[in-house]
Design a binder for this molecule. Structure first.
Ligand SMILES: Nc1ncnc2c1ncn2[C@@H]1O[C@H](COP(=O)(O)OP(=O)(O)OP(=O)(O)O)[C@@H](O)[C@H]1O
Ligand SMILES: [Mg+2]
Length: 358
C-alpha cells in the first residue's frame, strides 16, 4: 500500500507586490510524516507555512490537503492547526480555558470539553496547571499550552513556526524531543519551520532547505549532510559549517590543488575534468591531523578551543580552516599542523553555479 500524500505543494508561487517570495515550490508530504522547512531568515519559511494554513493566499500553483485543492478554502476549513513562536495565549484565561477556546467557540458541551482537556493535559503533563494563568507558567509550560490548544482541535496537520526559539538551549533540546514524541503518539502530519539546522536534522523525516524562496534541496536529513546538492546546502547543514577553499583540478584529474599558502594538493577519489576551477568543501569533522605520510595541508594552529568532549582547532588565516577533533590533542597556538582528509570525503562545487560536482 502506498502512503497517500497528506499535503502537496504544486508549483506554488507567492508575490508580495513586486517581491517574489516563493518560487515554484514543489513538495509532497506523506501522511504521518514530520517535515522540517529550514533556511536563513527571510527565505520564505513562514510565508510557505502561512500559505498552507490559509493565512496567506498564493499567487500561483496549487496546495492540496488529502488530495483536495484548498487554494480557496478558508483556514478554519483546512483542518490544520498552527503553533506559533509567540505562544499568543490569552493572558486573562486559565490554562484550561486557553486550551479549550476553540471548543467553547463551537459550543461543545461541558462534559465534552472536560474530557478533551483532561486527555490533552495528560499527554502534555499539564494536569496540575489547568487553573493557572499563563503568567504563572514557565516558558516551556506556556509552549505546551500552545500545543495543547492545537492538539485539542484534533487536526489532520500540525503547522509549527519556530515554536522553540523563545526557550533557553536546554529546554529547546528537551522540547524538540517532546514535540517529536507527541507527533509519533498522535500520528498526525507535522510541518515544522526552523532556522536551526540541528533542530531540522534531529526532528524531521524529511528536510526541505529553502533559500531566497527556492527549494535548494529536500530529502532525508543524512542525505543532505552526505550528498549536498549545492554549496549553500553544504554550508548550511552541519555544525561547525563546512570549510570552503578555492582550488583547481590537476592535469591528471585525480588531485586538486588548493588556493592556500604552499599550494597543497589533495588526492581525489574520482577523476575530474583536468584544470577546472572548483570550490573545495572540507567538513571540520572529516579533517584530521594524523601524520601518516599522506599529503595534506601544511598550516599553523591559530587558536585551540576545548569543550572537554571535542577540540576546535582553527588553522591558517585566509581562509581559516576549522577542524573538530574528538580526541584531546596537545596542540598549542602557533604549532605547525598537517591536515589530511580521506579522498572520498572531499566535496567539490562549481564556483559559478554552486552545484555539487560528482
Ligand atoms: N506582507 C509582506 N509584504 C511584503 N513582503 C513580505 C511580507 N511578508 C513577508 N515578506 C517578505 O517575504 C520574505 C519571506 O518572509 P518570511 O517571513 O516567509 O521569511 P522567514 O523565512 O520566515 O524568515 P524568519 O526566519 O526571519 O522568520 C522576506 O523577504 C519578507 O520581507
Ligand atoms: Mg519566519
Amino acid at each position: 500500500m502506498t502512503i497517500q500524500p497528506q499535503i502537496e505543494l504544486l508549483s506554488v508561487n507567492k508575490h508580495y507586490g513586486g517581491f517574489h517570495a516563493l518560487k515554484d515550490i514543489n513538495v509532497t508530504i506523506p501522511k504521518g510524516s514530520f517535515v522540517a522547512l529550514v533556511g536563513p531568515s527571510g527565505c520564505g519559511k513562514s510565508t510557505l507555512l502561512r500559505s498552507l494554513a490559509g493565512l496567506e493566499s498564493i499567487s500561483g500553483g496549487e496546495i492540496r490537503i488529502t488530495g483536495k485543492a484548498v487554494n480557496d478554502t478558508p483556514p478554519r476549513h483546512r483542518d490544520v492547526a498552527m503553533v506559533f513562536q509567540s505562544y499568543a495565549l490569552y493572558p486573562h484565561m486559565s490554562v484550561r480555558d486557553n486550551m479549550s477556546y476553540s471548543m467553547r467557540l463551537r459550543k461543545a458541551s461541558r462534559a465534552e470539553i472536560d474530557a478533551a482537556v483532561a486527555d490533552v493535559a495528560a499527554i502534555l503533563g499539564l494536569g496540575d496547571y489547568l487553573d493557572r494563568k499563563p503568567n504563572a507558567l514557565s516558558g516551556g509550560q506556556r509552549q505546551r499550552v500552545a500545543m495543547g490548544r492545537a492538539i485539542i482541535r484534533n487536526p489532520k496537520v500540525f503547522l509549527f513556526d519556530e515554536p522553540l526559539s523563545n526557550l533557553d538551549a536546554a529546554l529547546r533540546v528537551h522540547m524538540r524531543k517532546e514535540i517529536r514524541a507527541l507527533h509519533d503518539r498522535i500520528g498526525a502530519t507535522s510541518v515544522y519551520v526552523t532556522h536551526d539546522q540541528i533542530e531540522a536534522m534531529t526532528m524531521a523525516d524529511h528536510v526541505v532547505v529553502l533559500k531566497s524562496g527556492v527549494v535548494e534541496q529536500q530529502g532525508a536529513p543524512l542525505s543532505l549532510y552526505d550528498t549536498p546538492a549545492t554549496k549553500f546546502v553544504a554550508g548550511f547543514i552541519g555544525s561547525p559549517a563546512m570549510n570552503f577553499v578555492g582550488g583547481i583540478v590537476g592535469d591528471t584529474g585525480r588531485a586538486v590543488t588548493l588556493d592556500l599558502p604552499g599550494a597543497p594538493s589533495l588526492p581525489l577519489a574520482r577523476t575530474m575534468e583536468p584544470r577546472r576551477q572548483v570550490d573545495v568543501g572540507l567538513r571540520p569533522e572529516h579533517l584530521s591531523i594524523e601524520t601518516g605520510g599522506a599529503p595534506g595541508i601544511e598550516t599553523t594552529a591559530t587558536s585551540v578551543e576545548s569543550t572537554g568532549s571535542v577540540t576546535y582547532l582553527y588553522c591558517g588565516g585566509d581562509p581559516e580552516i576549522v577542524v573538530v577533533l574528538s580526541e584531546r590533542e596537545r596542540i598549542s597556538q602557533g604549532d605547525p599542523v598537517n591536515l589530511t582528509i580521506a579522498p572520498d570525503k572531499i566535496h567539490l562545487f562549481d564556483p559559478e553555479t554552486g552545484a555539487a560536482l560528482r
